[in-house]
Design a protein around this ligand. Structure first.
Ligand SMILES: Nc1ncnc2c1ncn2[C@@H]1O[C@H](COP(=O)(O)OP(=O)(O)OP(=O)(O)O)[C@@H](O)[C@H]1O
Ligand SMILES: [Mg+2]
Length: 365
């Protein structure tokens, strides 16, 4: 399937943020669709003037092919920003007159202006409201089950849309390993460490190791743990949110300004708590670090102190309590991820969290 078929056939998820391409010239359209794919966006395509007029005001960016520009200018659409006339041949003088008549900002000649056009298209995607529900999970005490629960959330969320677990803990077991993706090829943090430009949502989504809808972004297992690079971390989180319905971040417990920043970009923070005196005391300290109005919730694992007491001491509501998951180690050893059945304790707890937070957030269609 060529780029064009792939892009045209893709689900139009972000109708409000789709740029408008106006052209009946197939080869120009192919070129533009290729650039859109590089920018991680799916355009709305109008192949005649009336279709163009219908979509004219709602698109955040309009690229008008030189073939339809004169006819569109004659139809005198309302003046608006971010209109460009594009063509693949050297620009003849008459095109500038048409561009002026259309109120276009400028004329883009392909392939010379390709890089610039991809940037403009990526800007459109970036200005889109992030649509992925982003949940950060941090252990209230060491070994309380944060990494396991983060991966369980990603695995379950993937049953209803693309999901990714972002591993921000270089000293953990690796989200890819926990999800059984460690042998799957794909991009790891090491490859993103030198990122200096915009990461497209689509490029990230398509390059991560993934199975059954859930992907992981972590480090190579045999590499020395390295610190997260701030720019790469910000870009990856932003691109992950734009490209996935659910993003789960496995946050390390050790204090780190970059981790605090990543946490502040999450819609919700979950703290995993073992309901013993020691577990709750440690969770209280951890929760204090991430406190923000309404954004903190507790996942209690095992029995001990009751929910009310845990919530009172830690200072955050209990979202869910779950019993120990039997057969977890075996499931992980087999590379099946933490959730084998939706009816298991982990599966039910993850489903509760997704139901509570998924409904609470304003989602973009
Ligand atoms: N829901 C659960 N039921 C049973 N065992 C669990 C559960 N969650 C985690 N475990 C087990 O507890 C151990 C620690 O789990 P995990 O690595 O997820 O904790 P963590 O909070 O991320 O630890 P760390 O502090 O090292 O980051 C693992 O052996 C894991 O298999
Ligand atoms: Mg962990």
């Amino acid at each position: 399937m060529g780029v064009r078929a792939a892009v045209v056939g893709a689900r139009q998820r972000d109708a409000m943020t789709a740029p408008l391409f106006v052209t009946a010239d197939d080869s120009l359209l192919d070129e533009l669709l290729r650039l859109a794919a590089a920018a991680g966006t799916t355009p709305e395509v109008a192949s005649d003037v009336s279709a163009a007029l219908r979509a004219w005001t709602r698109a955040p960016l309009v690229l008008v092919g030189e073939d339809l520009a004169p006819a569109l200018a004659r139809a005198a659409p309302s003046r608006r920003d971010a209109v460009f006339v594009v063509l693949s041949a050297p620009v003849p003088d008459r095109v500038f007159q048409v561009a002026l008549a259309l109120g276009a900002e400028s004329v883009a000649e392909l392939p010379r202006s390709e890089g610039w056009l991809v940037e403009r298209l990526t800007d459109v995607v970036d200005s889109a409201p992030a649509r992925g529900l982003t949940i950060g999970v941090v252990g209230g005490s060491g070994g309380s089950g944060a990494t396991t629960f983060a991966c369980a959330l990603g695995q379950l969320a993937a049953r209803s849309g693309p999901a990714v677990v972002i591993d921000a803990d270089a000293f953990g077991p690796g989200a890819d390993r926990v999800l059984g993706l460690d042998l799957v090829e794909g991009v790891r943090w090491e490859a993103l460490g030198h990122t200096t430009g915009r990461l497209s949502a689509r490029a990230l989504r398509e390059s991560l190791p993934r199975r059954d809808g859930v992907a992981a972004l972590s480090w190579y297992a045999d590499a020395k743990p390295r610190r997260l690079q701030p720019f790469a971390a910000r870009e990856a989180l932003s691109a992950a949110r734009r490209g996935h319905d659910t993003v789960v971040v496995d946050l390390p417990r050790a204090p780190d300004p970059l981790v605090d920043e990543i946490a502040s970009r999450c819609d919700q923070i979950l703290v995993t708590v073992v309901p013993t005196v020691a577990g709750v005391a440690a969770a209280m300290r951890t929760a204090g670090r991430f406190a923000g109005p309404g954004s903190l919730g507790l996942v209690v694992r095992g029995s001990g102190m009751d929910d009310d007491s845990v919530a009172r001491v830690v200072g955050a509501p209990v979202v869910v309590r779950m019993a120990e998951q039997r057969g977890l180690a075996e499931s992980l050893d087999l590379g099946l991820g933490p959730i084998r059945s939706r009816r298991g304790h982990l599966g039910r707890a993850a489903a509760t969290v997704l139901a509570v937070f998924g409904d609470r957030l304003p989602r973009v269609a």
